[in-house]
Design a binder for this molecule. Structure first.
Ligand code: PGA
Length: 253
């Protein structure tokens, strides 16, 4: 049985005070939840706030990116070792906003994934098609390419130490969610693709859904056989909404 996992991707939002307030609300509201795993991914500067407030609680924290390099002259980058130093359990890699606005390619993302693993931080690999790609029937081709980049570099075993998030780009921040059936279809495809290389790894891999997941649709999405939780953007910025989604994960466990 895969443990349900709900992670909040705060993106570039908030302030030090707002981060603390949001974390305070989540800690209080999640106190009764034991089965679901919960993580928050604030902007880099607020990882310190997360570490201070979440150490000793059941809630994990992580970053939204990680450098593909180990250390040295890479201005502006943050290494996996630094994330580990701040207690991060997770690092999101390959989010579509980084693919789109920071020119990240599959090759770069696969290296970030490997670097996170080597540094003892669990990568959350985001995959997903754009609206154009879906409408031209290329969804499977695109998500297969995203998944294969990590398979090619690290083998199926790389997925024994990571998490995947299927995030259709057309559903991110748009209020349009993939239907549970649409999402399930892609999740099953992704699991199959990894199972073809290593069945046990595929069975154990948590595949989250992301893209306008809200309290109102979380139960149905998480209820799908291959959907093991959610990567939450907008709704992760409001403690009550985020907690309602965590509760859906708790109830699904
Ligand atoms: P959203 O974002 O929930 O606001 O659609 C999800 C994400 O980008 O991870």
């Amino acid at each position: 049985m895969r443990r349900p996992f709900i992670a909040g991707n705060w993106k570039m939002n908030g302030s030090k005070a707002e981060a603390a307030e949001l974390i305070r609300g989540i800690v209080a509201g999640a106190a009764s939840m034991q089965k679901v795993e919960i993580a928050v991914c604030p902007p880099f500067p607020y990882l310190y706030v997360a570490e201070q407030m979440l150490a000793g609680t059941a809630i994990a924290w992580g970053s939204q990116d990680v450098s593909r390099e180990e250390a040295g002259a890479f201005t502006g980058q943050v290494s996996a070792a630094m994330l580990k130093d701040f207690g991060c359990r997770y690092a999101i890699v390959g989010h579509s906003e980084r693919r789109q606005f920071n020119g990240e390619t599959d090759a770069i993302i696969a290296r970030k994934y490997a670097r996170a693993v080597a540094g003892g931080v669990t990568p959350i690999l985001c995959v997903g098609e754009t609206l154009d790609e879906r409408e031209s029937g290329k969804t499977e081709e695109v998500v297969a390419r995203h998944i294969d980049a990590v398979l090619d570099l690290g083998g199926a075993e790389a997925y024994a130490v990571g998490v995947v998030a299927y995030e259709p780009v057309w559903a991110i921040g748009t209020g349009v969610t993939a239907t549970p059936e649409q999402a399930q279809e892609v999740h099953a495809f992704l699991r199959e693709r990894i199972a073809a290389k290593n069945k046990a790894v595929a069975e154990g891999l948590r595949i989250l859904y992301g893209g306008s997941m809200k309290p109102g649709n979380a139960v149905e999405l998480i209820g799908q056989a291959d959907i093991d939780g959610g990567l939450i953007g907008g709704a992760a910025l409001k403690a009550s909404d985020f907690l309602a989604i965590c509760q859906a994960g708790e109830d699904a466990a």
